[in-house]
Design a protein. Structure first.
Length: 312
């Protein structure tokens, strides 16, 4: 297998919807070394799957196991069984943990990863994974040369709309994403999605939401499950829906504990203010999930052979 690594033509400026490249970099390009202090070895920056993992197990071993379980779950939902050797797309590939696992386990023979973060793009390129093409590119600028066998997106959907959009504009943005995914996939293919979503009456209002929007994740907004279902329905049948706020709360607790232990190193990298901001962010988000104001969805989809007439 030949290693194919995209040289990095920056097509991010062509994005027409969702979080801007500048806002993405405000958060994700804080520094790979900083995130490496408190994420696990796969650099997975999304909720893990904690099923069957003893709460007493130290996070040094429990968190990587839980994150790999999450990666395997999404690959399974996308039809990428061990040894399947699929052609896979990862929308919002982060630091490449999922596509790394996919190609190393033979679930994917070829994988394309999309990110808007220069730091993440550089990191994935440095791994020199066989058969992997990582692109500094928005999903709405992506034009594959041939169809994919499966698509996975973990933690990117929160960036596909912005807070200044009204309900109809958000739905149009989400529907455009599912329409593009339908066009990228071969007939009968499967797709997986993980996203945080509003589950409270007031959505993102309140001091925690305002703090996160201003200081941590500018230009992002959470969807609701109804919006996802309505937007996807013309193009995909939903096969699996799993809700687990507890998974994200436990993941955030593990990250927060790891960051606390690495305080000295973190303050050297991002300064005392940066350290305090991220500790506050992780702890506030943990409470948000524990009290049920937000939840986590993991959704499996099957591509419809022909799009249905949009329902709304």
């Amino acid at each position: 297998m030949t290693t194919t690594i995209d040289g990095g033509a920056d097509t991010r400026g062509t994005t027409t919807v969702g979080t801007s490249a500048a806002d993405i970099e405000f958060h994700y390009d804080l520094g790979n070394d900083f995130y490496g202090l408190w994420l696990d070895e796969t650099l997975s920056y999304s909720a893990a799957v904690w099923d069957g993992i003893d709460p007493a197990e130290p996070d040094t071993t429990a968190l990587p196991r839980a994150q790999r379980a999450k990666l395997d779950l999404h690959l399974d939902l996308a039809g990428a069984a061990p040894g399947a050797g699929l052609r896979l797309l990862d929308v919002g590939c982060g630091w490449g943990g999922l596509i790394d696992r996919a190609v190393r386990t033979g679930r994917a023979a070829e994988a394309t990863g999309l990110t808007l973060s220069r730091a993440q793009h550089a990191h994935v390129r440095s791994l020199r994974l066989p058969g992997v093409d990582v692109r500094l590119e928005s999903w709405d600028a992506h034009e594959p040369g041939r169809p994919y066998d499966g698509i996975v997106s973990v933690g990117a959907f929160e960036h596909f709309a912005t807070a200044d959009m009204d309900a109809s504009a958000r739905l149009a943005a989400y529907r455009a994403y599912f329409e593009r995914c339908h066009g990228w996939l071969r007939p009968g293919a499967r797709m997986s999605l993980q996203t945080i979503a509003y589950d409270g009456v007031t959505g993102g209002d309140g001091p925690v939401g305002a703090f996160v929007a201003a200081e941590v994740f500018p230009g992002a907004v959470l969807p609701r499950l109804g919006e996802i279902v309505l937007a996807s329905d013309p193009y995909f049948a939903v096969t699996v829906v799993r809700a687990s706020a507890e998974d994200y709360a436990r993941t955030l607790g593990a990250w927060s504990a790891r960051l606390l232990r690495a305080r000295a190193e973190a303050e050297q990298l991002v300064g005392p203010d940066g350290y305090r901001r991220y500790r506050r962010y992780l702890r506030a988000c943990e409470v948000t999930f524990l009290r049920g104001a937000a939840t986590l969805y993991r959704i499996g989809f099957r591509r419809r052979d022909e799009p249905l007439r949009p329902a709304g």
